[in-house]
Design a binder for this molecule. Sequence first.
Ligand SMILES: C[S@@+](CC[C@H](N)C(=O)[O-])C[C@H]1O[C@@H](n2cnc3c(N)ncnc32)[C@H](O)[C@@H]1O
Length: 177
Amino acid sequence: MPKEETARVIFSFANSNTFTIPPIRETLLKFIVEGLWLDPFANNMNIKEDLPDEVNYVTNDLNPKFNTTYNEPQEIFLARHVGKNVMGIVVDPPYSISKTKRLYDSIGIIPDGWKGHDLYHTARKYARMIRPLYYIQLGWNSNGPGKKLFQKIDHLLVPHGSSRNDTIMTVWKLKKP
Ligand SMILES: C[S@@+](CC[C@H](N)C(=O)[O-])C[C@H]1O[C@@H](n2cnc3c(N)ncnc32)[C@H](O)[C@@H]1O
């Protein structure tokens, strides 16, 4: 028998600023309560305004129009934090080439192709090096940074209605801190 998993399912309207979607924002605020957190795809950083003072939320976005702490490719940003005591990483890259063109100034489209899937692969690779206590992922898949090191502790499915894709949020915790 395949192992069954349950996810919380909460309908909400879509928004290209993922962290403004109420059930997603609520879940983020439940986990981001203290320590150093890294957001490699921060966009306009709207979550920062609601975080407690105990959180050091360090932001990055490749698009220079955003006033994030860094404006560099995620791998350079994440490499800066290898060896540091990181509480969590929040990974919310562009989900598709069409969304990237339409909503995110085409940032992430390289001349010879689309980097979308590599973005998850790279973030997970750095998560295994950095070993944060929490790894939170948004997107169209629920694969995390690896079950050897991390255990899934929350799984949220957010349908948006019409023919839009659902947003999938998973929260992973380091097994042996
Ligand atoms: C889905 S949006 C993030 C939305 C944000 N979490 C929010 O709630 O507003 C993805 C962001 O990733 C950025 N991006 C795309 N490729 C990137 C890369 N290789 N490194 C860093 N940022 C990148 C885009 O500029 C875009 O702002």
